[in-house]
Ligand binder design. Structure first.
Ligand code: DSN
Length: 422
């Protein structure tokens, strides 16, 4: 199908070919990225993109829903099954909208929310100052402990007692350790707050039983359908039965119009894939690879926030290397290793040029890489950092990366016109 595009729009086809080659010819370590299966890709690029379906199955505002109702019900059923949740809404366009909908369902504008501060690993929509979530709501962000890099539950409990939030958000985008959702649930209960848990990053690990699930301890759980879960780009909300109606109304008509039915279809496919022993093995390997990569980086003298990882991601504190995160990320990109610069707890530098680097293993694991390759990736990173101003060495590393990539090819449908690599 993609190759047929060459005929209709050669310019866009050529750009897609280049992007496919980039994804195949680089080591992609951004922890929120992955490679979807051919089935997910096909569902995503299907005739379902043509259909409007405002409303919910059995109660739509447009006719012609004979098939879409079945698809959305199937997606919801598969989501509730794998997450063991009472109710699922699979319509949010993204994790950001899902988070907004969770707030809109439970609290009023001006109410206080408490989420992890962006510069300590939280998400923009957890109430960070430049997000509308801090304008619609009164936001009291909580930090992580600067010395340990870990959540300090006594501090969070005291902050909650002081500010009496209506919502406490657990979950993060740059926290390398397991999150104790039960403790968050208890802190929320003690101050009569709702507990919203955002598991966008770790959803695949939760489904596989490798990370504890927040479902028993949270009123609403928000997630994306991609990242470790390896579905299409989208958002989802899970909740207890008592909140189902409010959550559904907050998504539609509260925040959105018609759901993206092609995405819902691909979500249904991805949830069936996640409900398999192969997916559990994949998720276990993601964590094994992250630990192997982290341990090797420690051997090379890198400082890691919290000293290591329990999940799919690693946060490198580059302050002992005296090189800013952005410079390292850009040099690594030239060596075909794709990462993102990130703040570290207590970072004196701004988010636009912070002191850290965030990396993760979901995508390399999908390619079939295991611990030896994860260690090899650590060696590549070390070589680039040690030679940060030496373009010859950086280019050499790029060639070695390309060689490694050629041994761990991406899924076949990523190959366009037989030109996999750049
Ligand atoms: N921007 C995503 C991430 O990379 O973590 C979260 O939305």
């Amino acid at each position: 199908m993609v190759n047929a595009l060459e005929q209709y729009d050669p310019q866009i086809y050529e750009l897609m070919r280049q992007e496919a080659a980039r994804q195949s010819g680089s080591i992609r370590l951004i922890p929120s990225e992955n490679y979807v299966s051919k089935a997910v890709m096909l569902a995503s690029g299907s005739c379902l993109t043509n259909k409007y379906a405002e409303g919910y199955p059995g109660k739509r505002y447009y006719e012609g829903q004979q098939v879409t109702d079945l698809i959305e019900r199937m997606a919801r059923d598969r989501v509730t099954k794998i997450f063991k949740a009472d109710h699922a809404n699979v319509q949010p366009y993204s994790g950001s909208v899902a988070n907004l909908a969770a707030y809109a369902a439970l609290i009023k504008p001006g109410d206080t929310i408490m989420g992890m501060s962006l510069i300590h690993g939280g998400h923009l929509t957890h109430g960070w100052k430049v997000s509308v979530t801090s304008k619609f709501y009164h936001s009291v962000p909580y930090p992580v402990d600067h010395d340990t890099g870990r959540l300090d539950f006594d501090y969070i409990a005291d902050l909650a007692k002081k500010h009496k939030p209506k919502v406490i958000v657990s979950g993060a985008t740059a926290y390398p350790r397991e999150i104790d959702f039960e403790k968050f649930g208890q802190i929320a209960k003690d101050v009569s707050a709702y507990h919203i848990s955002d598991i966008a990053h770790i959803a695949g690990l939760v489904v596989a039983g490798i990370h504890k699930s927040p479902v028993p301890y949270a009123d609403v759980v928000s997630t994306t359908s991609h990242k470790t879960l390896r579905g299409p780009r989208g958002g989802m909300l899970l909740c207890k039965a008592e909140h189902a109606e409010k959550v559904d109304k907050a998504v539609f008509p509260g925040l959105q119009g018609g759901p993206h039915m092609h995405t819902l279809t691909a979500i249904a496919v991805a949830m069936a894939e996640a409900d398999t022993p192969e997916f559990v093995a994949y998720a276990k390997q993601v964590v094994k690879n992250a630990k192997a990569l982290a341990n090797k980086l420690l051997e090379y003298g890198f400082n890691l926030v919290s000293g290591g990882t329990d999940n799919h991601l690693i946060l490198i504190d580059l302050r002992n290397k005296n090189i800013p995160g952005r410079k390292v990320a850009k040099a690594l990109d030239r060596a075909r290793i794709v990462t993102n610069y990130n703040t570290v707890p207590g970072d004196p530098a701004p988010p636009s040029n912070p002191s850290g680097l965030r990396i993760g293993t979901p995508a390399i694991t999908t390619r079939g890489m295991k611990e030896p390759e994860a260690e090899q990736v650590a060696a590549f990173i070390n070589k680039v950092v040690e030679n940060i101003d030496n373009e010859t060495v950086i280019e050499e590393v790029g060639k070695e990366v390309l060689l490694l990539c050629s041994q761990f090819t991406v899924p076949e449908h990523f190959i366009i016109n037989n030109k996999t690599h750049r």
